[in-house]
Design a protein around this ligand. Structure first.
Ligand code: AMP
Ligand code: ZN
Length: 114
């Protein structure tokens, strides 16, 4: 059994609220939302971070990006703007080492991020 939380969400051994799903991707509500809309979009396959992807992951990455766009659309975010962000490594704030894209919106987002 994997000790990865997000692999646990993919295999349903850890509960989550699904927002979107296709053959390669899963999107679910973040447990500790940082904005009115905060969804995590992940590849179902375990990939550690964006720094670990290979040329062979090209199609998977495209599908994950499309999933982010679909989730934003589904949540009504494009009208006012939203942010898609991925943290890579501890210093950037990555705490779960399974690639994920945060889709954040529903409030004014400041820049630069902390
Ligand atoms: P990061 O800090 O970029 O690695 O983001 C990890 C995100 O996963 C955080 O926003 C957490 O709130 C979220 N998270 C951790 N565990 C769960 C869980 N069981 N269900 C949903 N989101 C989670
Ligand atoms: Zn995983």
């Amino acid at each position: 059994m994997s000790d990865c939380i997000f692999c646990g969400i993919v295999d349903s051994s850890i509960p989550s609220t699904t927002v979107y799903e296709d053959d390669e991707c899963l999107a679910f509500e973040d447990l500790n939302p940082q904005a009115p809309v905060h969804v995590l979009v992940i590849p179902k396959r375990h990939v550690i971070a964006l720094s670990d992807v290979q040329e062979s992951d090209r199609n998977l990455l495209g599908q994950v990006m499309l999933a982010c766009s679909r989730v934003a659309q589904q949540k009504g975010l494009p009208e006012h703007g939203y942010r898609v962000v991925t943290n890579i490594g501890k210093e950037a704030g990555q705490t779960v080492f399974h690639l994920h894209f945060h889709v954040l919106g529903g409030r004014r987002l400041t820049w630069p991020p902390g």
